[in-house]
Design a protein around this ligand. Structure first.
Ligand code: 0X9
Ligand code: ZN
Length: 502
């Protein structure tokens, strides 16, 4: 009787907890032109959806066991990526590791001292653990690097700022490569290319090539080439678990950094269960990597930005957290997404597609929703490529093609927008005033009201060409309204405002 109790208990424990053992081989299977039954089934489940290109394909990461099971069902799919293709692509294409990225950034800062600064914007989770004496994390001591690129790089000038980021998701290293390629392009062409020179002279361009260095290491070192999250120690055993495998075939640690941003955190396509691939973390903004990016955004309220992921050849714009969550600036964001998508050829012909994030599938706690929802930043996610880790013969092409998309964003800053300064009419000091545009800011879908920034009182509103009614207001001041502000397609409309104290 006693021994039976022990067996029952053991079985119960085994059912509830992850097992110790080697991770099962995984692979990506593709459903071509998936019908609603297939997309509904995978998108609404806990399945590890690798990519979804509407009307074209739905790719899912499955374990070898799940694969065997699927073979017994009457469904058409084929295997398109395997553990060994992931590994050989990583090696042959020479994806940069953390040490190489760090060395390259330092070399760039040395080569272009007037244009480029490296800024440590925070520690990775691994570094925090290691510093706290958890020696198993000593090999994961990573700083998160931001690179500021601009002329007069050490001064904050009265200029708009944009960002390019990569590497939120560990298994998507092509985003890191694209971000590094754009950074190199801008620096290398400052002298020779008048357009690039103008961009650097008139804009602050910020790069965060690798937001999730610990996760990236897990992939680059081939500890788990399918890893997605950071390495938060969910089970608090003071180590990143390589062999403690959960029911879904993944290790038990980690938070999905693209579910951890503190805007509408936890509301859709995210999980409260730590072992889930889309675990949102214990709280919005709990992860140091996300805190680093959130602080950068708070510090430098960006006009636009791109976060690179893989894959699907898509340009996505906010919001993403709920079906039909049309952002107040939806029309102008969509138009820019269209221009970008048009400029980026897909690897097998055709162009990138564009749509709001929610239309692909709703998910919350993402970079873009935080960036747009708090600061009104035109914040895009570009799903690069047609696989997580494209092979050597595609990497350069993907970087080159996506540089075009980045240049479309830069070019957009010279076009249809309303910009100017809001200052106090007596002291002339900058004011953080609300800039309210009728037909946009009266949307029922919430965004933090757009305000001018504190240092110069500068505001930037990217708009579609047309005529607008605009109100500038600040508590303690008399509001000012204009009924017919004309926005032209090919140049910004300048409007400096002096507010009078009540
Ligand atoms: O799910 C994500 O975090 C992104 N896709 S990925 O395959 N790179 O993981 C997409 C986020 C885009 N936003 C929405 N779909 N709402
Ligand atoms: Zn991703």
């Amino acid at each position: 009787m006693k021994s039976r109790n022990i067996w029952t208990l053991l079985i119960m424990i085994m059912a509830c907890f992850p097992t110790v053992g080697l991770a099962r081989e995984k692979m990506v299977i593709r459903f071509e032109s998936p019908d609603a039954e297939v997309t509904d089934r995978y998108l609404s489940s806990e399945a590890d959806v690798a990519a979804f290109k509407p009307g074209q394909y739905l790719d899912v990461v499955v374990t070898s066991q799940e694969y065997e099971q699927l073979l017994t069902q009457d469904r058409k799919f084929r295997v398109i990526q395997t553990e060994s293709t992931q590994k050989s692509n990583l090696k042959v294409a020479g994806y940069r590791n953390y040490a190489e990225i760090t060395a390259e950034l330092q070399a760039l800062a040395q080569k272009y001292p007037l244009l480029c600064r490296i800024i440590d914007i925070g520690d990775s989770q691994g570094k925090i653990y290691s510093d706290a004496g958890k020696y198993n994390y000593d090999a994961m001591k990573h700083d998160i690097w931001a690179v500021k690129v601009s002329n007069h790089v050490d001064t904050t000038e009265d200029e708009p700022a944009v960002y390019f980021m990569g590497g939120h998701h560990a298994r998507e290293p092509i985003g890191v490569e694209v971000t590094m390629a754009i950074l190199n392009y801008f620096l290398d062409h400052y002298e020779s290319d008048e357009t690039v020179r103008q961009y650097l002279n008139n804009t602050e361009i910020w790069f965060v090539p690798l937001v999730n260095p610990d996760g990236h290491q897990v992939v680059l070192d081939e500890i788990d080439v399918w890893w997605r999250k950071n390495i938060r120690d969910n089970n608090e055993n003071d180590r990143y678990d390589r062999r403690l495998i959960s029911h879904n075939g993944y290790g038990v640690d980690g938070v999905d950094l693209n579910r951890n941003y503190n805007f509408e955190w936890g509301v859709s396509d995210t999980s409260p269960f730590p072992r889930s691939l889309i675990y949102g973390g214990p709280a919005g903004g709990s992860e140091p990597e996300v805190q680093a990016v959130q602080s950068l955004m708070e510090y430098r309220k960006f006009i636009a930005g791109i976060s690179y992921h893989s894959y699907g050849e898509l340009v996505l714009y906010p919001y993403g957290y709920a079906t039909d969550a049309y952002a107040p600036d939806s029309n102008a964001m969509s138009a820019l997404a269209a221009d970008m998508a048009k400029s980026i050829p897909g690897i097998a012909g055709g162009n990138y597609l564009f749509e709001p994030g929610w239309a692909l599938y709703p998910c919350s706690g993402t970079t873009d929703d935080f960036s747009y929802g708090n600061y009104g930043t035109f914040a895009y996610t570009i799903e690069l490529a047609t696989q997580f880790i494209p092979p050597a013969d595609q990497v350069q092409q993907i970087c080159q093609d996506n540089l075009q998309g980045a240049l479309v964003v830069m070019d957009r800053l010279n076009r249809a927008m309303l910009t100017g300064h809001v200052t106090d009419d007596t002291a002339g000091l900058p004011i953080t005033a609300e800039v309210f545009i009728k037909g946009i800011d009266d949307s029922p879908i919430y965004r933090t009201p757009y305000t001018s920034e504190p240092l110069f009182g500068r505001y930037y509103r990217l708009l579609l060409p047309g005529t607008y009614q605009v109100t500038f207001s600040k508590t303690g001041y008399v509001s000012v309204s204009y009924d017919t502000i004309v926005i032209n397609p090919d140049n910004p409309t300048l409007l400096d405002i002096k507010l009078q104290q009540i």
